[in-house]
Write a new protein. Structure first.
Length: 158
């Protein structure tokens, strides 16, 4: 990752350790089971890579890292990503075309992100969207998802 106009170190202390990742994978499997969906090996591996990455990760990086011995077939990864997104286990950050693990597994919540343009860190925050929900209702518009992306600098990067 390249950092424009940044002369400080980036500390990556918010990454999950392997126990944390194991716990999150077990949670995801339970969630799929409860929903009557299958957490296949490729889906699980994709989620593991997203969880292990510190910050938003792009599909081609997931494809590259998929197997220790080489890249995955792209459709395998794209299909897994879309399944995980539907299950609410990951979010797509549209402006970066990258994915992050969801830290709040309540069904179909709307995601809002604070994105640091310096270190690439993303933080998911809960947001009250009653304003836009009300406007959509008035326009008889069926909202399927709302993603809010706020860009700027995290505390460490200012
Ligand atoms: Zn989320
Ligand atoms: Zn930062
Ligand atoms: Zn920085």
């Amino acid at each position: 990752m390249t950092h424009a106009a940044c002369d400080h170190d980036h500390h990556h202390d918010h990454a999950l350790d392997s126990n944390g990742i194991e716990a999150r994978l077990a949670e995801a499997q339970a969630l799929c089971l409860a929903a009557g969906e299958r957490m296949t090996a490729p889906r699980l591996r994709t989620l593991e890579l997203v969880l292990a990455h510190n910050g938003p990760i792009k599909a081609y990086d997931l494809i590259d890292r998929f197997h220790p011995e080489g890249a995955a077939k792209p459709p395998t990864v794209y299909r897994s990503l879309s399944f995980l997104e539907q299950m609410g286990l990951i979010h797509r950050i549209e402006s970066l075309n990258a994915f992050v693990a969801c830290h709040d597994h309540t069904e179909s919540h709307s995601a809002a992100f604070l994105l640091c343009e310096c270190c690439g860190k993303s933080e998911e925050v809960a947001l009250n969207l009653s304003g836009i929900t009300q406007k959509a209702l008035e326009s008889d518009f069926k909202v399927e998802r709302v993603t809010i992306e706020a860009k700027g600098r995290c505390k460490a990067c200012r």
